[in-house]
Design a protein around this ligand. Structure first.
Ligand code: BTN
Length: 246
């Protein structure tokens, strides 16, 4: 899977750099890593903090022959791969907050930012950005109630190298399985087993409305099924889902 690796001491954002490379023709399997990001980006225009040497900032360039509306599946594949990788290295109990946050003891340790370039119905590239709080000791006041690091929960330093190696290994398995079979079965199985969302009351914020519902299942396509207050079950593809209490 790995075609080429770029490793920076400091970069603004590995996702932004990956995008530039992808537009210049970089191949699928190009990986960008940085010790530090000065302009790390989170979802919904948020800032993502990646302090030097204590976090993982990693982007993968993919060129899958899928439709733009299937790109959300890549995010779930990544979440499943990261969850398994962290568990293998740390033995910690890891959960996935659908579709793209990795949670340990109810606090976020990893966020995923998937960005794509598409023309009409064709994808040119997909960038998967993974940010993991590995050996961070202290978080700023604004996020310390909701964020944690692997070191904080494990009580010891965790090897960033081991985590990266395992992510690539797990991602490769799940991604090729999806590309070759078109089925997301293995990924969905992991996302369900490790879900921090199922059984919870969730708030879904769409462009036009906010829905309060109970998360009841993840279907074979990776969509979250929620039961609205009137009993109707609807599927959610992505968007902002917040689990109450998390
Ligand atoms: C989120 O939870 O809001 C997503 C955070 C994604 C952060 C990663 S770190 C590597 C990559 N480069 C970025 O600028 N963002 C992603």
């Amino acid at each position: 899977f790995v075609d080429d690796i770029y490793y920076f001491d400091k970069v603004d954002s590995t996702n932004s750099f990956a995008k530039k490379l992808a537009l210049e023709g970089a191949k699928e399997g190009t990986i960008i890593l940085s010790n530090e990001q000065t302009g790390g980006r989170g979802r919904l225009g948020r800032v993502w903090i990646s302090p030097p040497c204590s976090s993982i900032s990693m982007s993968l360039i993919l060129k899958p022959s899928i439709r733009p509306w299937d790109a959300a599946k890549i995010t779930e594949i990544t979440a499943a791969a990261v969850a398994i990788a962290i568990e293998k290295v740390t033995n910690l109990d890891v959960n996935i907050k659908w579709p793209n946050d990795i949670i340990i003891q109810n606090k976020k340790v990893c966020g995923i930012l998937t960005e794509m370039g598409a023309e009409l119905d064709n994808i040119n590239y997909v960038i998967v950005g993974i940010g993991i709080n590995v050996n961070i000791d202290e978080f700023p006041d604004e996020i310390k109630e909701v964020a944690t690091s692997l070191k904080k929960v494990a009580g010891k330093e965790i090897s960033r190298k081991e985590i990266v190696i395992n992510i690539v290994r797990e991602f490769e398995k799940l991604y090729y399985n999806f590309i070759e079979t078109g089925s997301l079965k293995e990924t969905v199985e992991i996302c369900k087993r490790k879900s921090a969302t199922l059984g919870k009351t969730v708030k879904i914020i769409n462009k036009s409305e906010t829905i309060i519902a109970e998360a009841v299942d993840i279907n074979d396509e990776g969509e979250l099924l929620v039961r609205k207050e009137n009993g109707e079950i609807i599927s959610v593809i992505s968007g902002e889902v917040s689990v109450r209490g998390i």
